[in-house]
Design a protein around this ligand. Structure first.
Ligand code: UFG
Length: 324
C-alpha cells in the first residue's frame, strides 16, 4: 500500500515507517520538523517538509504519491506543557487533524490509522484499562486526542472514512538506528539511561508514597517496535471504525525500571527523591485483549529488560541523539 506517515520524523513515527517499509509498503513522510528529526527518516524515503495544517501542501503530497492510506502521528504530546499552553495543543493536534482530513476527503483517500494515547482515560476507575473504560482526559493533550477520535467516528458515519485509533500506553525502547530524542527529554527511560551513561543529571523520583508495591508509580511500558507493528496490522484490516488500547499487559514501578536499568547497563543510576509530579495517576496498565483477538497483535519484546537494552544500544550508537 502507498502510505503517508505524518509525524514520521518523530519517535514513534520513525518506528512505524521502519515497520511499514519492512512489510513492503511504499512510504511517504510528512513532518514539520518542529519536534521531529530529519535524520530519523532514511534518506531514500520521500519526505515532505510541511505541517498538516497546510492543507494544500498535504493535498499535493497525497496526489503526487498516489497515497492510499494515512498513518497520522503528527502532534505535540507533552501532558504538562499542554496544561499551560492549551491553545498550541488544540491548534496543532485538533486543527492539524481537521486540515489533514479535509485534504484526505478532497483527494479521495479514505483510510486512516490515528495515533491516540492512554491520556484519554485520565484517572482510571479500574486497571487494567481497556477500550470500554470511560474517557476523562485530565489535560488538553488528552482532550485533543479524544476530540479527534470523535471527529473520526462522525466522519466514518458521514463520509465512509475507514479509521482505526491506537491508544498507546508508555512507548519505550528503540530500533538500532532510531530512538527517542525529545528536547527537552521528560520521559523516564531515556532519562534513566542518560543518568547511567553519566550524560544526564540524577533521576528525580517523582513520589514514593503512591498506593503501589514500592510507593512509586506503575506504568505499562511497550516496545516502540511492537507499537509500530500494530499500525501495520491496523492498515491491513478493513475497519469502519475501531479503537484499540495498546500496552504490554503488565506494569512496572519507577523503582523497578531503575533496577532493571542498572542490570542492563551494568552501571549505577544516581537518584534523588522528589515530590509527586502533578497529574500522575498511581497506576496505568492496559488490557490489549481486543487488538489481540481482532488483529492478532501481541508484544514480541520479552519484557522490560529487552526494552531497556534496545534503548541502551541506541544511546551507545547515538550518544547525542540525532545530528539534526
Ligand atoms: N518519572 C519520574 N522521574 C522522571 C520522569 C518520570 O519519576 O524524571 C515517573 C513519572 O512520575 C511516571 C513514570 O516515571 O510515573 C513515567 O513517566 P513518563 O514521563 O516517562 O511517562 P508518563 O506515564 O507520564 O506519560 C506517558 C506518555 C504520554 C501519555 C501518557 C499516558 O509520555 O504521552 O503516558 O498515560 F500521555
Amino acid at each position: 500500500m502507498r502510505v503517508l506517515v505524518t509525524g514520521g520524523a518523530g519517535y514513534i513515527g520513525s518506528a512505524v515507517l521502519r515497520v511499514l517499509l519492512a512489510e513492503g509498503h511504499e512510504v511517504v513522510v510528512l513532518d514539520n520538523l518542529v519536534t521531529g528529526h530529519r535524520r530519523a527518516v532514511p534518506a531514500a524515503i520521500a519526505f515532505v517538509h510541511a505541517d498538516t495544517r497546510d492543507t494544500s501542501t498535504v493535498r499535493q503530497a497525497l496526489r503526487d504519491h498516489r497515497v492510499e492510506a494515512v498513518v497520522h502521528l503528527a502532534a505535540i504530546s507533552q501532558v504538562g506543557t499542554s496544561v499551560r499552553h492549551p491553545r498550541d495543543y488544540f491548534d496543532n493536534n485538533v486543527r492539524g487533524s481537521l486540515a489533514l482530513l479535509d485534504a484526505m476527503l478532497a483527494e479521495g483517500v479514505g483510510r486512516l490509522v490515528f495515533s491516540s494515547t492512554a491520556a484519554v482515560y485520565g484517572d482510571p476507575d479500574t486497571c487494567p484499562i481497556d477500550e470500554t473504560a470511560p474517557t476523562r482526559p485530565k489535560s488538553p493533550y488528552g482532550d485533543s486526542k479524544r476530540f479527534v477520535e470523535t471527529v473520526l467516528a462522525r466522519y466514518g458515519e458521514a463520509y465512509g472514512l475507514q479509521h482505526t485509533s491506537l491508544r498507546y500506553f508508555n512507548a519505550a525502547g528503540a530500533f538500532p538506528d532510531a530512538g527517542e530524542d525529545h528536547r527537552p527529554e521528560t520521559h523516564l527511560i531515556p532519562l534513566v539511561l542518560a543518568a547511567a551513561a553519566g550524560k544526564g543529571p540524577p533521576v528525580t523520583l517523582f513520589g514514593e508514597d503512591y498506593p503501589t508495591p514500592d510507593g512509586t508509580c506503575v506504568r505499562d511500558y511497550v516496545h516502540v517496535a511492537d507499537l509500530a507493528r500494530a499500525h501495520a496490522l491496523a492498515l491491513a484490516a478493513p475497519a469502519p471504525g475501531a479503537i484499540y488500547t495498546l500496552g504490554s499487559g503488565g506494569g512496572h514501578t519507577v523503582r523497578e525500571v531503575l533496577e532493571a536499568a542498572e542490570r542492563v547497563t551494568g552501571r549505577p543510576v544516581p537518584v534523588v527523591r522528589g515530590a509527586r509530579r502533578e497529574g500522575d495517576p498511581a497506576t496505568l496498565v492496559a488490557s490489549s485483549a481486543r487488538i489481540g483477538r481482532e488483529l492478532g497483535w501481541a508484544p514480541r519484546a520479552a519484557g522490560l529488560e529487552d526494552i531497556l537494552a534496545s534503548a541502551w544500544a541506541w544511546l551507545q550508537a547515538a550518544p547525542d541523539g540525532y545530528p539534526d
